[in-house]
Write a protein that binds this ligand. Structure first.
Ligand SMILES: [Zn+2]
Length: 312
């Protein structure tokens, strides 16, 4: 489905509800079909004026613990697992009504979202999907972390993590982008954390919804989850899941080879901003349909006085 050339939306609405990982808030989602070139947009139906927040890299306002999009004072937190599922199932256009500040975490993976979206089914639309091949190398760095994007005929992700923990350590995985492979090898990988960090976060009023039901939690030497791992390298698989969710915030489907080393949401977002900057400089061919996307999305920005960035 991923390589289908036309944009898709859902055949019917999808209703989900659950608890947010960081806020602990109970939130209901209604994922609705949307016209071509809408992209993925959130609507905070619990706030005055029901503001719409596009799920775009240039609306990302926080990446410290999760990917957070916002416009004005409206926020939607922890969108990355849902975004990965939408992107890999092949949903280009959807309006997601949400009655709280954070997307539910469910089991900490993308599998519950994938299952619900697949059950609803896809509806093919008339407008072609926008692809953006990487045409020259783009690298972002922070300390010893980096992501390098290079030209390639097919999208490939090599992700490496390195945590000083006996059950994690250095893990590296190469993932050739494929919808079926995503569902089999990546979607079920759960988010993870370290007990000391979880305690610190909870003292700051974060990770309030976190539990062994929705995250792998490590203490100094072991794993607290009694059922163990779903994959021996579940952590790096989850990082690929996060990466795919964050990359889907580009209004086009990127094609290239990505090498990420000890990266995270912040660096993922910096990569997209750098690619967008390069686009503005004319280094990438603009898909013919880009103007239509820009026009279709502008009204969401206009009320807040935030123009779409040059080049989009
Ligand atoms: Zn994650």
């Amino acid at each position: 489905m991923f390589f289908q050339t036309n944009q898709c939306t859902l055949r019917r609405e999808v209703a989900l509800s659950g608890v947010g990982l960081h806020t602990g808030a109970s939130v209901s989602l209604l994922i609705k079909p949307a016209p071509a070139a809408t992209g993925i947009c959130f609507r905070r139906v619990d706030l005055i004026g029901k503001p719409v927040i596009p799920a775009r890299f240039d609306c990302v306002v926080d990446t410290s613990l999760a990917t957070v999009v916002g416009l004005g004072s409206a926020r939607v937190m922890t969108i990355e697992h849902l975004m990965a599922a939408l992107s890999m199932v092949g949903v280009d256009n959807a309006l997601i009504e949400v009655n709280g500040p954070e997307i539910p975490v469910f089991d900490g993976s993308a599998a519950p979202f994938c299952n619900a979206l697949i059950e609803a089914g896809l509806k093919r639309q008339r407008t072609p999907r926008n692809f953006l091949p990487i045409t020259s190398e783009v690298t972002v760095r922070e300390g010893d972390s980096y992501i390098r994007a290079c030209p390639a005929a097919r999208t490939n992700i090599l992700y490496t993590i390195d945590f000083p923990h006996p059950l994690v350590g250095s893990q590296s995985m190469n993932f050739q982008l494929d919808s079926q492979a995503f569902r089999r090898d990546i979607a079920g990988a759960r988010t993870f954390g370290f007990l000391n960090d979880v305690k610190r976060l909870q003292e700051r009023g974060l990770a309030l919804g976190g539990s062994l039901a929705n995250a792998l939690v490590f203490d100094d030497s072991g794993l607290l989850n009694r059922d163990g791992f779903r994959f021996s390298n579940e952590c790096v698989r989850h990082k690929i899941l996060d990466f795919l969710g964050d990359m889907s915030l580009m209004p086009h489907t990127l094609i290239g080879r990505f090498e990420a080393y000890k990266a995270g949401h912040a660096l993922h977002n910096r990569l997209l901003r750098k690619i967008a900057g390069t686009l503005h400089a004319g280094a990438y061919a603009m898909p013919a349909t880009l103007a239509a996307v820009r026009t279709a999305r502008l009204p969401f920005h206009a009320p807040f006085g935030k123009p779409a960035p040059a080049g989009f």
